[in-house]
Structure formats: structure tokens, C-alpha cells
Design a protein around this ligand. Structure first.
Ligand code: CTP
Length: 406
């Protein structure tokens, strides 16, 4: 782990812990960061800018309207340069001034003029820390996404014992390293099987029965699952879409082929999401030659296809199975009955007809599971797929016991 190339602006305000900023500067530089230091007037009473200049390898910035400094790296240039602002120690006074958005000295101005993430290491007397004014200020800063690091408990320079000690430089370094640590993806290590698109049931060599489905929603679900860290196997019927990258793609045509591909792939899956519009019926016999239109009337014998979702779900109780439902009315009632009938953990249902869902860029879903439901309002299919996958991920982790069973 390293801070290689990270441009960190270290702000030091006037407290006894300011001397620890020297060690912090050394640690940040050792971790690979490029460090510029800004000290308040108070800080300069506790430690000299020369020490920080020697450790950081750059002149220390102390005043807002210093012609020499402005001629070099001016305050706006410095605010833009910073990729991260770390203030250690942050006194109660500085914290209050940041809350108020003051810009009457260099450090507060830099914080106001920069869009970089800010981390603060408060350091003050325990009574000052506990004071409602400070506590409220801290809350306000947290709401503005400022990270508050510490403070620590213990003996204080003033003789008091309690919260208010600045975190040690090693702990502050670790907090900055953690900030840049890639966050674990919620579906990392999870294998997901997804069906998408329509199926084609051949009548003769040139004709087939199919369902109306662009596959867009299913493909968006595939991408969302992959982006949350899952290993995805997509079993897709014929669609006019490019297969998403970094997934396993199995192309099929008929419901029977889709069933067989899924039966093989399900052995390794943790989650199964059936978005495909599988044909419910298939011609009982496929004519080997093109059927000529000599007769005025013909009838086609159809047999029911196997319900892939129900078959896989009922045969694999360890599988978290999610079904889709397209309804023209009573969405929630039908979704709940599907949940029970097919032994599912979740059903995502949408209202179709009247220009809704099919071939559209947007969609909305009612999502139900045993004991709960939620609505995902109309939005872009990519965004909707992402919201749905986050929900599936959360429900899956709740459903699965820590020992892998459920
Ligand atoms: N499904 C499947 N295999 C089939 C049929 C459907 O895997 N042979 C899956 C679909 O991918 C979808 C869900 O089951 O996830 C839809 O269920 P389905 O019973 O087809 O819904 P409806 O068409 O609404 O059912 P009904 O005809 O009973 O209204």
C-alpha cells in the first residue's frame, strides 16, 4: 500500500500536538506522497516552519497575502494542487471557522477554495471537545463529507484525562491509506447465472415463434452484476446487442437449449436471475422443409416448454433465484404468487403495455421478496439494473447464513 504520487496538503493549526505534524510529514513522504504544508499563525508558535520545510522539501505556506508566496504557488494554485487536505492537529477554533466558511487566513481559505476531500484530526482539551458547540460543528462537517479522524482518549498536555488527544501520526497515515484502498465490491467472489433475451422456437427452417424482448434490461442486469464484482454467466437468446465484456456468454436459440445451458452452468452458481422472455410453447414437431402456403388454414400443435426458472430454483435450494414478471395489471399480486409457485427469493415485476417496458430506454420495477417489497421508480434501464442488483446483493447476503447455508 502506498500513497505514490498523491498530492497531500497538510494543514497544521495551533495546538500542542502540532509537533507531531513533523513525524506525520515524514511518514506521508515515506509512503510516497508529495506533501505541501500550510501552517496557521498559532501553529508557528508551537513548531517552526523551517522544520516542516526541511521535512517536506518545499517552502511552508503561512500567510494569505504574501507577495513572495503568491508569485510562486499562489493560494488558488495550492488549493487546486491538493488532492487531499489533511489537517492535523485541527483545533476547536479552526473547526468552528471551517463550519462558518471563513476565509480570513490561508488554511481556511484553502479549504474553501479546494474541492479535494478533507480529513481532520481534532486535538483539544477534553471539555472543549465535549462542548455542544464543538460536537455540533463536527456533525456539520461530517454531513459535508469531511472525515473526522479521532480524537484519541487519554492523558492530555493540560493534565486532564479524556477525549481530545490527536491520533498518533501512524494512525493518521493508516487512515489516509485506508481512504485510497479500493473498496471491496459487494458481489466479489459471487457467481451469477443470468438468462436474457427471447427464445426462438422453430416451426420450419424459415419460421419461428418468439417473444417480444430486446434483451436490454437483461444485458443491463449482466453489466450491473459484473460491475458489483460478480462472475457472470449470461445465457442469451438472439438479440441485437453486443455481449458485455468480461463475462461468460453462451448464445442459444430455443427454450430447450437455454434450459440445457442453464442446467450445466447452475452447478457453480450462487444466484440465478431469469430475465429471459422464454417461449411458453414450442411447436410439437418442426417441419424439415419449408411449409408451403397451399392450405387456407393450418393449425400448429404446440407443447409447453419447461419452466427454466422454476425447474432450477426448485431443484437447487441453495440457489438465490430471482424471477422477472411482466404484467398488464395487479402487478404485486401476481408477483407474490410467482414467488411462491416457483420457490423464488425475489421477483422483479413491471407493468407492460401502453408503451411501457418493451424496447424503451426506461423502465420501473416493483420488487417483492418473502416478507417485503419495494418500488424502483421509472429510470434509465442501466440505472434501474444497478439499483436492482444492489437490492439483490443486499437480500442475498441477508438470506445466506455465514456458514454458506440459508
Ligand atoms: N421463465 C423461465 N422459463 C420459462 C418461462 C419463464 O425461466 N419457460 C422465467 C422468465 O425468465 C421470468 C419468469 O419465469 O423470470 C416469468 O414467469 P412466467 O411464468 O413466464 O410469467 P408469466 O408469463 O407472467 O406467467 P403466466 O403466463 O402464468 O402469467
Amino acid at each position: 500500500m502506498t500513497l505514490q504520487g498523491k498530492q497531500i496538503l497538510l494543514g497544521i493549526s495551533g495546538g500542542i500536538a502540532a509537533y507531531k505534524a513533523a513525524e506525520l510529514t515524514r511518514l506521508l513522504i515515506k509512503a510516497g506522497a508529495s506533501v505541501r504544508v500550510c501552517m496557521t499563525e498559532g501553529a508557528c508558535e508551537f513548531i517552526t516552519p523551517l522544520t516542516l520545510q526541511a521535512l517536506s522539501g518545499h517552502p511552508v505556506h503561512t500567510t494569505l497575502l504574501d507577495p513572495a508566496a503568491e508569485a510562486g504557488m499562489g493560494h488558488i494554485a495550492l488549493a487546486r494542487w491538493a488532492e487531499h487536505i489533511l489537517i492535523a492537529p485541527a483545533t476547536a477554533d479552526l473547526i468552528a471557522r471551517l463550519v462558518a466558511g471563513m476565509a480570513d487566513d490561508l488554511l481556511s481559505t484553502l479549504c474553501l477554495a479546494s474541492a479535494a476531500p478533507v480529513s481532520l484530526a481534532p486535538a483539544m482539551n477534553q471539555q472543549m471537545w465535549k462542548h455542544p458547540a464543538t460536537q455540533q460543528n463536527i456533525q456539520t462537517l461530517q454531513q459535508r463529507d469531511v472525515r473526522i479522524l479521532g480524537p484519541d482518549q487519554g492523558a492530555q498536555a493540560c493534565g486532564d484525562i479524556g477525549p481530545g488527544r490527536m491520533l498518533e501520526p501512524t494512525a493518521l497515515l493508516q487512515a489516509i491509506l485506508d481512504f485510497y484502498q479500493p473498496k471491496a465490491l459487494p458481489l466479489a467472489g459471487c457467481k451469477i447465472l443470468i438468462t436474457a433475451g427471447p427464445t426462438r422456437e422453430p416451426i420450419d427452417p424459415v419460421r419461428f415463434i418468439t417473444n417480444r424482448s430486446s434483451g436490454k434490461m437483461g444485458y443491463a442486469v449482466v453489466e450491473a452484476a459484473r460491475d458489483l464484482g460478480a462472475e457472470v454467466t449470461l445465457v442469451s437468446g438472439p438479440v441485437n446487442l453486443t455481449a458485455p465484456k468480461n463475462i461468460q456468454h453462451i448464445a442459444v436459440e430455443t427454450a430447450q437449449q437455454m434450459l440445457e445451458a442453464c442446467q450445466a452452468a447452475v452447478q457453480h452458481a450462487d444466484i440465478f436471475i431469469a430475465t429471459a422472455a422464454v417461449a411458453d410453447y414450442t411447436p410439437a414437431a418442426v417441419a424439415t422443409q419449408k411449409i408451403k402456403k397451399s392450405a387456407n388454414e393450418i393449425s400448429l400443435a404446440l407443447t409447453k416448454t419447461t419452466d427454466i426458472l422454476a425447474t432450477l430454483s426448485l431443484a437447487n435450494p441453495q440457489l438465490f433465484s430471482v424471477g422477472f414478471a411482466a404484467e398488464t395489471n395487479d402487478v404485486l399480486t401476481y408477483a407474490r404468487s410467482k414467488l411462491e409457485r416457483k420457490g423464488l427469493q425475489m421477483v422483479a415485476a413491471n407493468l407492460v403495455g401502453e408503451g411501457k417496458a418493451f424496447d424503451q430506454a426506461t423502465n420501473a420495477l416493483e420488487v417483492v421478496w418473502p416478507g417485503g417489497s419495494t418500488s424502483l421508480p421509472e429510470m434509465d434501464k442501466q440505472q434501474l439494473a444497478h439499483e436492482l442488483m444492489k437490492l439483490i446483493s443486499a437480500r442475498y447476503h441477508t438470506w445466506k447464513q455465514p456458514d454458506g447455508t440459508h
